[in-house]
Write a protein that binds this ligand. Structure first.
Ligand code: ZN
Length: 230
């Protein structure tokens, strides 16, 4: 029998207050892994608002990075939410929230709490456990609904930073944990916000004063993804 470890296998927030780096990268269930594709359903909180266009661009941007680094995994947008039973529908659900956002997977309800004005998302990997073998069966992403940057006074952050947040969480959805965070690229766990004079000039800074966008991955992060999807 498969035992489900839902919620308990959560990947903490992008800017984890405890700064706890833990967990290891987990592969998806074999049929999904073999398909080399994850389907991603944008929920109702994403359509129409600030996240609508960013979501579509994040899928494209992930696929651009995947092609450039031969990651072995392509994302495609789905119109069908993950089935609450855990079987069927999209592999990944993407929502924008403020406070608690609830999901049901494998018949179990759980909620993800996100500060809607923050610059950090949260991805929960729902895993099946068979003996010592863990596999991801579904993933649920929540990004902040109205991310703000401190430009003195705070204001809505630019689309480029939102794109960073979205692609970072999509990489968690591929199977990477907080323990795989890399301070040298967009999978940094602690990027620093750098407000521009205009929204479109806002950036997140990682090691060596590199400011994103443009989004980039180092070979180290790419290698972790390649290993999960080979
Ligand atoms: Zn992260």
């Amino acid at each position: 029998m498969k035992r489900l470890a839902a919620g308990s296998t959560a990947v903490p927030t992008l800017w984890d207050e405890s700064r706890k780096e833990n967990g290891i990268a987990t592969p998806w269930e074999d049929p999904i892994k073999r398909s080399k594709t994850l389907t991603v359903f944008p929920g109702g909180s994403v359509a129409g608002g600030a996240w609508g266009s960013v979501f579509a661009n994040a899928i494209k941007e992930f696929n651009r990075l995947s092609a450039a680094h031969t990651l072995g995994i392509t994302l495609s947008q789905s119109a069908t939410p993950p089935h609450p039973s855990g079987v069927g529908g999209a592999d990944v659900q993407f929502e924008a929230g403020n406070g608690n956002v609830s999901f049901t997977s494998f018949g179990q309800q759980f909620s993800v709490s996100v500060n809607g004005n923050s610059l950090g998302g949260d991805t929960r990997q729902v895993k099946t456990v068979f003996g010592a073998v863990q596999r991801i069966a579904k993933a649920f992403i929540v990004v902040p609904a109205t991310p703000q940057i401190n430009a003195n006074p705070p204001r809505a952050v630019g689309d480029g930073v939102m794109l960073f947040i979205a692609v970072h969480e999509l990489i968690h959805a591929c199977g990477l944990s907080n323990g795989d965070h890399n301070p040298d690229d967009l999978f940094s766990g602690f990027p620093q916000a750098r407000a521009g004079n205009k929204r479109q000039d806002d950036k997140l800074e990682v090691n060596q004063q590199k400011r994103l966008p443009p989004l980039f991955l180092t070979t180290k992060t790419a290698g972790v993804i390649q290993a999960l999807w080979k």
